[in-house]
Design a binder for this molecule. Structure first.
Ligand SMILES: [Zn+2]
Length: 217
């Protein structure tokens, strides 16, 4: 196989290893470090291969120069020895562009995984906040949304509040809507109802899987 074909093949392999690294850094938990170590050793192997390819001609020339009738049998051995010593001298694996890129991608993936985790935490906190009625501070079962400011209340508690005092303002702390709440501002919050169903559903699944786990013990 020609050297240029080998170089192209190597590039493709390294690209695949980069993609693996992206996934390992983003999606693995416990096995992350071990997998990265493996990927690193593969890329190191390719770096060495490349360095050997670069010095192959010189290594062969050197071996030939040292060869006469007396030692022609060992030409192949001396070529191999030259190859690894010359490639080894030349190669600084830690600072090789392939290794630098690999480490960069690993760190970037980890960073992204952290961010995703924070975002999902945020989303959970957000939806929990929205499920709490700002008037009774209890979980909402029949949500209505104030179309003026977007805040959500328990239908019964906000209706009672308006009935008692017609100038009732949005009870959410820091709300910019300073006008009184009118019954026509309030609409059923179908989206929240749907999300609440989803949450209940996933809680049920979670409980079921916990039960299953207990069964096997
Ligand atoms: Zn409001």
């Amino acid at each position: 196989m020609a050297d240029s074909d080998l170089a192209e093949l190597r590039k493709q392999c390294i690209t695949s290893l980069y993609l693996c690294t992206d996934n390992v850094s983003k999606y693995l938990d416990n096995e992350k470090e071990a997998e990265f170590t493996k990927l690193k050793s593969y890329v190191e192997g390719y770096c060495l291969q490349e360095a050997q390819q670069d010095v192959a001609i010189q290594a062969l020339e050197k071996a030939k120069r040292e060869t006469d009738n007396s030692n022609v049998d060992t030409l192949q051995d001396r070529f191999t020895a030259n190859l690894s010593s010359m490639a080894g001298k030349r190669l600084n694996v830690k600072n090789h562009p392939y290794m630098i890129e690999l480490t960069k991608r690993y760190q970037k993936g980890q960073e992204q995984a952290r961010q995703n985790l924070e975002e999902s935490d945020l989303a959970i906190t957000e939806s929990l906040d929205q499920h709490i009625d700002p008037i009774t501070k209890r979980p909402i079962s029949d949500p209505v949304k104030n179309t003026v400011c977007g805040h959500v209340y328990e239908r019964e508690s906000i209706i009672n509040l308006i009935k008692r005092k017609s100038s009732t303002k949005c009870p959410v702390a820091g709300c910019g809507n300073r006008g009184p709440i009118l019954p026509q501002h309030l609409i059923s919050d179908e989206e929240l109802k749907f999300r609440m169903t989803l949450t209940q559903h996933s809680t049920m699944i979670h409980e079921r899987s916990v039960t299953n786990l207990d069964d096997t013990m």
